[in-house]
Design a protein around this ligand. Structure first.
Ligand code: GLP
Length: 259
């Protein structure tokens, strides 16, 4: 696991975006796993800048998103499909038919999840998976107590996640946040060839500590990334503040990246 500690989230987002841009340049048919939440927004803006500057094209890139709320249509302004369209897909030249987000209105959610896994497999698997982290250490919507081998399925949100997501989105209205979601599993995520997790702000410091230095445990599902051999954690100083070896990680990753 490489932990990149940057002074600001702007700096971390630019470096992570450059990593993705370089990968797409190398393989124009890259398969991306994408994440929602406030954290990747700056990185998505940097990716869009590179497209605008004609440094890279997403024309042949395919994407699969991590999760979606049960009960929200893709046209709902709090759905993750809507978020992705606004924050990334409309700003790059990806073909919308090549973008995939789980259908929160699926009549048979379990069938929807199984089909999603099949689609990813048929595409040859995910090359780079982008991740955020919940303040309770979740990745996608894999809450504490989820098997680290889990596959894409219907999941149940914790009260703390509902609170976090109401504060950031849903105008603070907790009762409007769906209590269930469809989410890629931890096992599904860990099959990606590379994982890039972004974490910013002191509210994520405890979760980052659990992810990087805690035991591998279903209590902090992000800790499963310790078993992945190409996982990159991009933090600002506040999110890295509880890491015992933060100076060492910062030096090692900066040396490897040549930054
Ligand atoms: C939600 C998403 C996660 C995301 C998390 C953190 O729970 N399902 O994928 O990482 O929110 O969101 P934020 O980046 O807004 O803190």
């Amino acid at each position: 696991m490489e932990v990149v500690v940057c002074k600001t989230k702007e700096e971390a987002s630019a470096i992570a975006a450059a990593m993705i841009t370089a990968a797409v340049k190398k393989n124009p048919k890259l398969v991306l796993g994408l994440a929602t939440g406030s954290t990747p927004v700056l990185m998505y803006a940097e990716m869009a800048k590179a497209v605008k500057a004609k440094k890279v094209s997403y024309k042949h890139v395919k994407s699969w998103n991590l999760d979606e709320y049960v009960g929200l249509a893709g046209t709902h302004d709090q759905s993750y499909r809507y978020f992705m369209n606004k924050n990334l897909f409309e700003k790059i030249d990806i073909q919308i038919k090549n973008t995939h987000v789980l259908n929160g209105l699926a009549k048979d959610p379990e069938k929807e999840c199984a089909a999603y896994e099949t689609q990813i497999r048929r595409a040859g698997g995910i090359d780079i998976q982008v991740l955020g982290i919940g303040s309770d250490g979740h990745i996608a919507f894999n809450e504490p107590g989820t098997s680290l081998n889990s596959r894409t399925s219907v999941v149940y949100l914790t009260p703390s996640t509902i609170k976090d997501n109401a504060r950031l989105f849903f105008k603070g209205k907790e009762d409007e946040v769906p209590t269930r979601a469809l989410s890629m599993g931890v096992g599904t995520i860990c099959e990606a060839r590379k994982c890039i997790l972004l974490a910013f702000g002191k509210g994520k410091a405890e979760a980052v500590k659990g992810c990087v230095e805690g035991p591998v445990s279903q209590f902090c599902t992000a800790s499963a990334l310790q078993m992945h051999n190409d996982a990159w954690i991009f933090c600002d100083e506040a999110a890295a503040s509880k890491l015992k070896l933060r100076k060492y990680y910062a030096w090692r990753s900066a040396t490897k990246l040549g930054i």
